[in-house]
Design a protein. Structure first.
Length: 177
């Protein structure tokens, strides 16, 4: 069994922000599939089930994502190497995607929360580049919570497609251990 987690913040005000790109990838993965979202209070998440694949959108705020991920890992008995976390990454250029395993949080509070909750960094991450603000006076936290400009929407759509495909490939080609 594998678990894919897309990070974001719950609430309509966060839809379309850089910080919610993990949620967008999850939405793309389940789009057109015969699965319905289940709201799990126990996991504090929206859960989709596709056979041996569990897909999760934590409904905690980003900085508390570890609570939901830990609950899901424990409930479904997921080995850490069968966990993929999808999140925004300011240290990557806008449009870049990078898959990594067993890495630190690089300052991402959602990933840090997961590492702390699991007591391990031995899980897969799909980092989605959202870039940094061009204006150095804009704080990174404010930047990632801004809506993605309309002019970048076609790039974001292609980026989300690529990330969803990468995540699905991970489920098909990574080895269960």
């Amino acid at each position: 069994m594998k678990l894919i987690v897309g990070l974001g913040n719950p609430g309509i005000e966060y839809v379309g922000t850089r910080h919610n790109i993990g949620f967008e990838v999850i939405d793309r993965i389940v789009s057109g599939k015969t699965t319905s979202p289940e709201i799990s209070k126990k996991l504090n998440a929206i859960v989709y089930k596709l056979g041996d694949l569990i897909i999760l959108k934590p409904q905690t705020f980003m900085n508390l994502s570890g609570r939901s991920v830990k609950a899901a890992v424990d409930f479904y008995k997921i080995d850490f190497h069968n966990l993929l976390v999808i999140h925004d990454e300011v240290d990557l250029e806008f449009g870049e995607i990078k898959h990594q395993y067993d890495r630190g949080s690089a300052g991402h509070n959602g990933v840090e929360s997961i590492i702390e909750s699991l007591g391990s960094k031995e899980f897969h991450r799909l980092r989605i580049g959202v870039g940094r603000p061009e204006n150095p006076s804009i704080e990174t936290a404010d930047f990632v919570l801004q809506k993605i400009p309309k002019g970048d929407q076609s790039i974001v759509s292609k980026l989300v497609d690529r990330a969803a495909e990468t995540a699905i490939n991970w489920t098909e080609y990574s080895q269960d251990q």
